[in-house]
Design a binder for this molecule. Sequence first.
Ligand code: MSP
Length: 645
Amino acid sequence: MKYYFTVPIYYTNGAPHIGHTYTTLVADVIKRYQKLIGNQPEYTTGTDEHGVNVERAANKLGKSPQEFVDTIADEFRMHWDKLGIQADHFIRTSSPEHQKTVQWMFEQCRANGYVYKGHYTGAYCVSDNLFATEAKPGEPCPICGRTLEAVTEENFFFKLSAFTDKLLELYEKHPEFIQPEARRNEVISFVKGGLTDLSITRTGISWGIPVPNEAPHVFYVWFDALIAYFTAAGGADWQSKGLWPADLHLVGKEIIRFHAVYWPAFLMAAGLPLPKQIWAHGWLLFDNDKMSKTKGNVVRPLPIAEIMGFDALRLYLMREVVFGADGNFGYEALVTRYNADLANGIGNLASRTLSMIHQYRGGKIPASDGDQHFAQLATETVEYVLEAFSKFEFNKGLDRVWALISATDKLIVERAPWKLVKDPDSAELLDRTLYTAAEVVRITCGLLAPVMPDSIQKLWHQLGCPSEVDQLRAAELHWGKLPAGQELRPVQPVFPRLDVKLTMEKLIEGELAERKRQDILLGREVKEEKPALDLAPEITIDDFVKVDLRVGQVLEAAAVKGSDKLLHLKVDIGEPEPRSIVAGIALAYKPEQMIGRKVVIVANLAPRKLRGLTSQGMIVAASIGEGLPVLAGFNEDIGVGARLK
Ligand code: MSP
């Protein structure tokens, strides 16, 4: 069955950020899921390239609008490629095919009596390309807050008011048309408030699709943009393509009204079938705050993909965010989730299972039916996950996959195959345990492949499965389909554990570099930015003088038995007896390098025991993140016992 769906076509006022990535990624997961259940999915994205803003931005750079949008459309394409996002259609509103479709739709609406010429004066937001019907010129735009301008001109109008009852009837008859429920209620009360006709053309702009035989009118944003979904489905030729009506439009919650009110009205006016569903998801926040360029807290996806692999980001967004509600993005949560779910979770289960089969069974899947209660659990998991994904409850589905992974980990620990292998009477139990674990890995791969296509393919390959994992169909997720005798390939770690602090530092550095790259690309002023330091809470001078820092000289240094990080030092700080200090510097300094060296000591720190040795102070060193320590020292000589203040 065909399954045609869409994500928004994005404005070309900047390169994609993680918010655009989120919607597009959800679409990509839906596509792969639809394939898994045997459908023929196709989805559309693209770029919304017209409007005053683009014209202004291009002028500022001395570029033509077309040149300007070409650069940004390429950026979007490059991003989707690098993130494993395989959209089937990329519609650019400046393309000839789209221009033809918009003009055709207009003619249909006009022929059916839903378009007329009139005058419009209103408060217009150039940033959103929108007349703000509920505000006055000079007031802030209700969407972006920028000052509204007064605009009067001759426009073509679309008779939106003629559709109030038809739309209400549509929402009533098809409660599934707008999802989730809260958005549906919001749209219904907006329509019940009464619809006014909509201006759909402009005369003051040249960067737009011309209204046929009506120069200087060009189409204005929503009559142009929404039609992109229909362009991808073949435009005037839609019947021969068989994609229209769309099964689903995925959008962010801020543009639900345009999709759930304007769009069905345009389609009804043109005599075209209506899409089946519009799903509005929530916003992705950064550290629980709305992302915006002015706040400088917009997150770019590419550095994350480059540092952690794009599947890490895909999983994070699908598991952490409840589809439909607002969700949060944070670097620390991203890395922590990677370690928990990927390195320790599926990565660890797969590598220990496959390694044991290599070691104990010559790298071949043993003959067994597996444990029956796992067969049951896996079957229930498959059913639950497929159902959850069909309702876009990705996080719930993924939670269940990880519950299966944990249960299998537990089984391995309980059975302890490393003990069973030593007992000839336990051969059957060992086969059963290994088969169970391997079959769970196979089924888990099948369920996770829509979310993490690239890394799951690597595990799939190691498991010895012959075809590509994206060729897999749901029927093959039945327990027992893993053939005995299947030969594994060598085990290679797919999700190496990451150091949280170091990775976060790399991610933040990557974000700053990417910001700069985009600024240069888009001709913006490049600001040299340094990341904010994660400072300890403020203290007073009185707090500071409580810390007694002294210059000391190392008299003796030795490695500490059983530790590669610690050195045991004897340090003279001008007291009758040298101090015994245990310092975590052995990875950076050899004992012989330390002897005679002047160092800085925290001299009034309460003594403590480390590896049986008393440490009577702390040596001061600097490090970047978890990097190697560098000892504090002096450029000029200074006597032992001098205080730092
Ligand atoms: N061009 C219009 C859409 C026309 S569709 C026929 C537009 N473009 S946009 O560039 O502003 O993209 C908006 C969409 O990007 C949102 O609806 C959502 O899908 C996605 N997101 C942008 N920022 C987002 C977040 N912070 N969080 C989640 N999604 C967000 O509107």
